[in-house]
Design a protein around this ligand. Structure first.
Ligand code: PNW
Length: 469
């Protein structure tokens, strides 16, 4: 098969090209150098929670392979690398005295990156809460705002002389609704109200930490990464369907856009959840704290969601807060190996919405797709579907920029195949293939194509069509 790849879009000067990972998904070494347990160590040890019984114990062994992995990033031509810090490496019990060995690991990583001319973009929380804090209530405890802020201060004090780009939380929707209401992620609770409480405390932790990060890091660029999702109803939907779209949109998007950027929960959300709670967990002053000014917004976006209203007699129970009567409908092809709908249009719409809601410059802090990749006899990994997804979604980014959205950079998810949470190692998102028996890394065709796009951008021209076999 010979495919002519025609991707000829250009991006603004200074556009940042990166790739992203997260601590629990790549590091391994979960018991080394004084790291404490995280809620994902606990969750993945429960039979049935993660496909194949996989855990992050070894993962990509990145903890022992920093020089090799940074060399790989340099070879790809990346401008920036987005990674997260494992809270339980820094504070094994969640609070108290920092663990020097944990800080030293990220110290080495940051120095290695800077030595390679790659900008470190740090996420403080990408889901690996110390188990000791979950034992004290985790994100359901209001105290977590203080615990998180103290942790952020320790990290910023250690790295703030070399890191300026700080992200407080990755996808609080996942750490609240998916983790406390739907139960698919750690700690695996299934309670509509808990998702709402956790979301409030996540945002409170974020807002409390923002000024502390600024105080301790001159020139800090402070952001949060959300995963806003385009919600579509049926093509011929009626008023009931429109209300289902509204409720789902509130949980996916308004729940975070509202408090963080408008200082208020979205229209209807408190009424829709009044049967669950009197909302006493929202205290005076919280929304002012939560809406602390930010410098940029990180957007993770992969796929749109489709819903409709439950019909007479149908079981419309939905674990998302305020979403009883909302039925998720089938995604439309083409789908990725995750079963996720591919829609560059929804990607563009979400960027436009995110810019409108936040009024901020955006980074796409994650975007990518999973496929059943294997190493071929020629020693390469041919992933034409991922190349096509990359082209389509970068095209959507370029369209958004043409429509006036200030997008400052794109981070491919992911640098490496890694521990895909509840799906374990069975789902591969990397632009670099990882053989989990040997830890050998092989740059996939999509990685080579990404490097080609970056090189063309750096040379000030559009990528030239390349014949590939
Ligand atoms: C994001 N959903 O997770 C995360 O930030 C990454 O760690 C993850 O590997 C990547 O996307 C790919 O999944 C999500 O069910 C997990 O809607 C689940 C959902 C969305 C995002």
């Amino acid at each position: 098969m010979s495919v002519m790849e025609t991707f000829d879009r250009t991006f603004p000067d200074g556009f940042l090209w990166g790739a992203a990972t997260a601590s629990y998904q790549i590091e391994g070494a979960t018991t080394e150098d004084g790291r404490g347990r995280s809620i994902w160590d606990t969750f993945s040890a429960v039979p049935g929670k993660v496909a194949g019984g996989d855990t992050g114990e070894v993962a990509c062994d990145h903890y022992h392979r920093v020089p090799e992995d940074v060399a790989l990033m340099r070879d790809l031509g990346l401008d920036a690398y987005r990674f997260s810090i494992a809270w339980p490496r820094i504070l094994p019990d969640g609070t108290g005295t920092p663990n020097p060995a944990g800080l030293a690991f990220y110290d080495r990583l940051v120095d290695e990156l800077r030595g390679a001319g790659i900008r470190p973009v740090v996420t403080l929380y990408h889901w690996d809460l110390p188990q000791a804090l979950d034992d004290r209530g985790g994100w359901l405890s209001r105290d977590v705002a203080g615990w998180f802020t103290d942790y952020a201060a320790v990290v910023v004090d250690a790295l703030g002389d070399r890191v300026t780009h700080w992200t407080t939380l990755n996808e609080p929707w996942c750490s609240s609704v998916l983790s406390y209401s739907i139960g698919a992620h750690a700690p695996g609770h299934e309670d509509p109200l808990e998702g709402l409480v956790a979301a409030h405390h996540l945002m409170l932790a974020h807002g409390t930490a923002v000024p502390v990060i600024r105080d301790r890091c001159a020139g800090a660029e402070v952001s949060i990464t959300l995963n806003p999702t385009q919600v579509w109803g049926p093509d011929d939907g009626d008023e009931l369907d429109a209300d289902a779209v509204r409720r789902a949109d509130n949980v996916f998007n308004g729940l975070f856009f509202g408090p963080i950027f408008h200082g208020a929960y979205p229209d209807g959300m408190l009424d829709d959840t009044a049967h669950l709670t009197d909302h006493a967990f929202i205290r005076d002053g919280d929304l002012a704290t939560i809406s602390a000014p930010l410098d940029t917004l990180g957007v993770n976006n992969y796929f749109p969601t489709r819903v409709r209203a439950a019909r007479d007699g149908e079981d419309g129970r939905n674990p998302m807060p305020g979403c009883d009567g909302v039925v998720e409908t089938a995604p439309r092809p083409p789908l990725t190996a995750m079963g996720w709908e591919q829609s560059p249009e929804s990607h563009r719409l979400i960027l436009e919405r995110s810019a409108r809601e936040s009024g901020l410059p955006l980074y796409i802090t994650e975007n990518g797709s999973a496929w059943d990749d294997t190493v071929s006899d020629d020693g390469r990994v041919h992933d034409p579907e991922r190349v096509a997804y990359l082209h389509d979604h970068l095209g959507a980014v370029a369209d958004a920029i043409d429509h006036g959205v200030d997008v400052r950079g794109y981070f491919a998810w992911s640098l490496l195949d890694n521990f895909e949470w509840a799906y374990g190692y069975g789902k591969r998102f990397g632009i670099v293939h990882v053989d989990y028996d040997t830890q050998v890394r092989t740059v996939k065709d999509s990685g080579l194509e990404y490097a080609r796009i970056i090189a063309a951008h750096r040379a000030g021209r559009a990528p030239e069509p390349a014949a590939r076999s």
